[in-house]
Design a protein around this ligand. Structure first.
Ligand code: SF4
Length: 244
């Protein structure tokens, strides 16, 4: 695909960037197949699960979540439990002593705000207002907010996880030093709402298989000609000896 992007140093217009985003979705869709949207959970469940997923693997956070649900009858019992007891249940998710008081504080605040332990009302709010509401909770940053709104509410808010951040930097959709927090704002302007879920899930697939953190497999990459880092490595002759 011709995108008008010819070298690694020039700045590109937003329309060129949007063409790159469309090209990424189209090509990764061909390679990996269409994305399967994850199951929609109750909003509060998704929030607690996402807090547990911070700084750990999917397997560990799932194990922590399952154990939390197994040991406590409902969210109200978690809200009334000591942080130590919550930490004991979520140990496998890592950082238990930090996550447990956050979970308790979130549940307490939801209860005080809403008079019930439910965040279903967020589904009916505009995305921006729902973002503002969730961002007030302790330990809930832009990625956690975006995960909750995208996965539980199907609102077009893009989570910038480690894969999305790394690939967006390498491809050149954002600057090399753009923080993940800033990337949420910049990528929101480039990825059309109807493509947010697809873009997020496809970049994660690609980051886990071809464009890993330590050794990107550029010669095998369907995005090579769209990618700033891939083209730089090609021009520098760094791909010549790589297996294809
Ligand atoms: S060309 Fe290389 S750096 Fe760029 S997305 Fe593909 S694997 Fe990653």
């Amino acid at each position: 695909m011709k995108t008008g992007i010819s070298n690694s140093s020039c700045r590109h217009s937003s329309s060129e960037m949007r063409a790159v985003v469309a090209g990424i979705c189209r090509r990764l869709g061909k390679v990996y197949g269409p994305v399967e949207p994850p199951e929609q959970w109750p909003v509060l469940d998704e929030l607690i699960a996402t807090v547990l997923s911070q700084n750990t693997s999917d397997a560990n956070s799932s194990a922590g979540y399952e154990e939390l649900r197994r040991r406590f009858r409902d969210w109200d019992e978690v809200r009334r439990a000591s942080p130590e007891r919550i930490a004991g249940a979520i140990r496998q998710a890592g950082l238990a002593n930090r996550k447990a008081p956050r979970i308790k504080a979130i549940l307490q605040r939801v209860f005080e705000d809403r008079g019930e332990l439910s965040l279903e009302f967020l589904r009916g709010l505009p995305a921006r207002r729902a973002e503002e509401y969730l961002a007030r909770f302790p330990g809930v940053g832009p990625k956690t907010v975006a995960c909750v709104l995208l996965f539980a509410c199907r609102k077009p808010v893009l989570p910038v996880d480690t894969h999305v951040h790394r690939l967006a930097q390498r491809i050149g959709l954002i600057g090399k030093r753009t923080s993940a927090e800033r990337a949420h704002e910049e990528l929101a302007r480039l990825v059309p709402p109807k493509r947010v879920l697809e873009f997020h899930l496809q970049l994660i697939r690609h980051g886990r298989t071809v464009c890993g953190a330590r050794k990107p497999q550029c010669p095998d990459c369907p995005l090579l000609d769209l990618c700033r880092e891939g083209r730089r490595r090609l021009v520098a002759g760094e791909l010549a000896d790589s297996p294809s």
